[in-house]
Ligand binder design. Structure first.
Ligand code: GLA
Length: 386
């Protein structure tokens, strides 16, 4: 936290009044299901985004980050701030709407983060959830974690225009250390599930931006699939709720590529629900198999993988990892690898898996991917200011 506070002091010449932090996330299974009303199973990672705030005059947002150049100054009530400032402006507007924006009507914001951007770890949700918490504390408002997630979601979805689901914000707000969060995105019912096994994150080094392009295109395809399927089943609201027993009917009703997209969402919904049960019972081996199946479905049916991600997953499998799959939206970003827990045999296994991934990736792309252990951590929290 020292960095965000120190940056605030160095930039604005006064101490911040409130601060908060929120984590990135690694999704275990349930990819592209959230905006289709299905389940997701993320864990929060140890890397976090820290936000320190203080008051400013009405309408004014002055923002600075350890990553990006000079101070950005904007009137958050008007138009769109560019880049990451747009996310904070969205948060301010949403807090305003709830009557939970700082009383002075403006804010100074300093951001420090150890989360890579566009790496599939939901850095934008960490930013918006931490900002929502810090700015609401500055306002003296006590928002519940679900409310913070709502503010952060609307900031990104309605103001910035990324048509994301609710997984990332709910994870950043509600995750618990050592637990995965099973979230049903239609009802928002949730359950915390202890994690056995050891998780690695292999970063392909490929970055992607969500605001434009493939992600929003997939959403449009899913909506088009629902519109067609409603002719078969008028009550249908979410793609994920299509009855699994009616797959032949779905296949007849949908042309490609809508058919493939829908088959991924429905299969992934079943895998995530079953996977959560297996994880809760500590059955890591069959859980890991589901991860491999999920990757294959993302690759073949949802078309959101890349050759780099496929290379990493195949190497993990050859070396005997329990499971591996792309995590997050795809089109770059990172692969999650599941290993057994404990020292001895599985320690040796970890060395073998990381060695094989490095070797295969180097052979194909002439460089090595970064590999880190994922330590499932807790959601948003207040931080001390210095
Ligand atoms: C992005 C979105 C999430 C989710 C994933 C795919 O991270 O922000 O809401 O849709 O992609 O599962």
């Amino acid at each position: 936290m020292a960095t965000a506070s120190a940056l605030f002091r160095a930039t604005f010449g006064v101490a911040p009044r409130a601060a908060a932090s929120a984590p990135g996330r690694v999704n275990l299974i349930g990819e592209h299901t959230d905006y289709n009303g299905g389940p997701v199973l993320p864990v929060a990672c140890a890397a976090r985004t820290f936000v320190a705030v203080g008051p400013a005059e009405r309408g004014v947002l002055e923002m600075v980050s350890t990553r990006e150049g000079p101070v950005v100054r904007t009137d958050y009530r008007e138009g769109q701030a560019a880049g990451w400032g747009g996310y904070i402006a969205g948060v301010m507007r949403e807090l305003d709407a709830l009557g939970a924006a700082p009383a002075e009507g403006g804010a100074r914001v300093a951001v420090a983060s150890d989360l890579p951007v566009a790496a599939g770890l939901a850095s934008s949700a960490a930013l918006t959830v931490a900002a929502a918490k810090a700015l609401s504390l500055l306002a003296g408002a006590r928002l519940r974690p679900r409310q913070l997630a709502g503010v952060a979601f609307r900031a990104e979805h309605d103001h910035v225009g990324v048509r994301c689901g609710i997984m990332d914000q709910m994870s950043a707000a509600l995750a618990r250390p050592g637990r995965a969060l099973l979230l049903e995105c239609a009802s928002l019912a949730l359950r915390h599930i202890p994690i056995g096994g050891r998780l690695l994150l292999v970063d392909s080094g490929l970055r992607r931006e969500l605001a434009a392009g493939a992600f929003n295109e997939r959403r449009v395809e899913c909506e088009a699939a629902v519109a067609r399927l409603k002719l078969e089943l008028p009550e249908l609201r979410w793609l994920a709720s299509w009855p699994a027993a009616w797959l032949p009917r779905l296949k007849r009703a949908l042309p490609e590529p809508l058919r493939s997209r829908a088959l991924h969402v429905i299969g992934e919904t079943a895998r995530a629900r079953f996977g959560a049960q297996l994880l809760a019972r500590g059955q890591l081996k069959p859980f890991g198999e589901l991860l491999y199946e999920s990757h294959e479905s993302c690759r073949r049916l949802y078309d959101c993988s890349t050759p780099e991600l496929d290379t990493i997953v195949a190497a993990a499998r050859r070396a005997g990892a329990l499971g591996a799959r792309l995590t997050g939206a795809g089109w770059g970003g990172a692969v999650l690898v599941l290993l057994g827990k404990g020292k001895g045999r599985s320690g040796k296994n970890e060395a073998k898996v990381t060695h094989e991934i490095r070797r295969a990736f180097r052979a194909a792309y002439g460089r090595e991917p970064a590999i880190d252990v994922v330590y499932p951590s807790g959601g948003v929290r207040r931080e001390r200011v210095f």
